[in-house]
Design a protein around this ligand. Structure first.
Ligand SMILES: Cc1cc2nc3c(=O)[nH]c(=O)nc-3n(C[C@H](O)[C@H](O)[C@H](O)COP(=O)(O)OP(=O)(O)OC[C@H]3O[C@@H](n4cnc5c(N)ncnc54)[C@H](O)[C@@H]3O)c2cc1C
Length: 321
């Protein structure tokens, strides 16, 4: 399968970080699993194995893990809930590290507040708790799969809101330095950010979003909960059932990727266990036993047919590892 899905969407292996021999895992600060099937950790329920896999439950664990990886010339990728991620069937030869820290606190200033939240917190659960407390800002994220870190990296958005419009800053581990990135530095665009696009320097570690701050405003909890119920109902109506990663492609300017794929006659097309959803053509659903190659075959088919028929080059929203 060629790597032609748009270079900025593909998380390339950092060739300068290759372990020369089998790792001595006894020195690691956290338990590290070997040959972990990533289908267990991605919402597509498909894909290859991670040669090494670890879960950092706290900020301290993440910092310790990063320091250990730095000393072991090991390729590394930080992930959240795996709801925007596809790992190729060949697997990932380095360490897939999940960041799970999810503490949060609110600093109130009258009718406004600043939420500080660790990047492993689930977006939708957080949004619901805040709404119940009468804080508006994240209610658009009702039902949004994934954690805060993934939303910060990908500028997740839906139902009239997105991360870029409420984020104040992100705390980012860049190699061994913790930096505060004001929202401007993230250079947000539609499902794009400086963190998502930036290549990792040779020999450096990929950045880890440790936490983020968001702007909140006081609102009526009943009104917020009613608005979220409407969003939940609409999401339920529009989302195809089954394992997926949500929208596969970004919408091209002024158009919809789903509409173009549907017009290309591809709704319902199958490859192995994967299908272009007959309900929403920008979703590829794993109907059971799909491989990453099945999914990538449908991605290639959609891209080549939409390009051939309409001259539009679709860009991946999902990250391919
Ligand atoms: C059914 C369904 C519906 C969806 N609907 C929407 C929608 O309406 N709108 C929308 O925007 N998205 C949607 N998505 C996609 C997905 O929910 C978002 O992209 C989400 O923000 C991904 O978060 P995650 O924690 O799962 O990230 P992952 O999939 O784990 O990672 C995504 C990318 O972020 C990086 N990353 C994750 N966490 C960190 C971190 N802490 N530090 C550094 N890098 C990190 C990873 O390396 C990877 O490149 C949907 C997905 C599904 C399955």
């Amino acid at each position: 399968m060629p790597d032609d899905n748009g270079p900025q969407r593909v998380i390339a292996l950092n060739q300068t970080r290759h372990p020369r021999s089998k790792m001595d895992l006894s020195t690691a600060p956290l338990p590290i699993r070997e040959y972990e099937p990533m289908e267990r950790h991605t919402s597509w329920r498909a894909g290859g194995v991670a040669r090494y896999y670890a879960e950092a439950g706290t900020r301290a664990e993440a910092l310790a893990l990063a320091a250990w990886v730095r000393n072991h010339a090991l390729p590394l990728v930080w992930v959240g809930r795996g709801t925007n991620l596809l790992v190729r069937d060949a697997g990932y030869p380095g360490l897939v590290a999940v960041y799970r820290a999810q503490q949060w606190r609110i600093d109130e200033h009258g009718d406004t507040a600043v939420l500080a939240v660790e990047a492993g917190a689930p977006m939708a659960g957080l949004a619901r708790r805040l709404a119940a407390m009468g804080w508006a800002g994240l209610e658009w994220a009702e039902g949004l799969p994934g954690a805060v870190g993934g939303a910060v990296v990908g500028n997740a958005g839906c139902y009239g809101g997105d991360t870029a419009h409420v984020l104040l800053s992100a705390e980012v581990l860049v190699d061994d330095v913790v930096e505060i990135w004001p929202v401007e530095r993230l250079a947000y665009g539609y499902r794009a950010s400086a963190l998502k696009e930036a290549p990792v320097a040779p020999g450096a570690l990929p950045p880890l979003v440790l936490s983020a701050t968001f702007r909140l405003t006081r609102d009526d909890p009943a009104r917020l909960m009613a608005s979220m119920q409407r969003i939940a109902a609409e999401r339920k109506r529009k989302t195809p059932a089954g394992s997926s990663c949500g929208s596969v492609f970004k919408n091209p300017p002024g158009d919809s990727a789903g509409r173009l794929i549907e017009r290309a006659g591809l709704k319902g097309r199958q490859a192995g266990g994967a299908i272009i959803s007959p309900i929403h053509a920008n979703y590829i659903v794993n109907t059971g036993g799909a491989t990453a190659a099945d999914i990538l075959a449908l991605i290639d088919l959609a891209r080549s047919e939409v390009l051939r028929q309409f001259g539009v080059a679709l860009e991946l929203e999902v990250c391919v590892l």
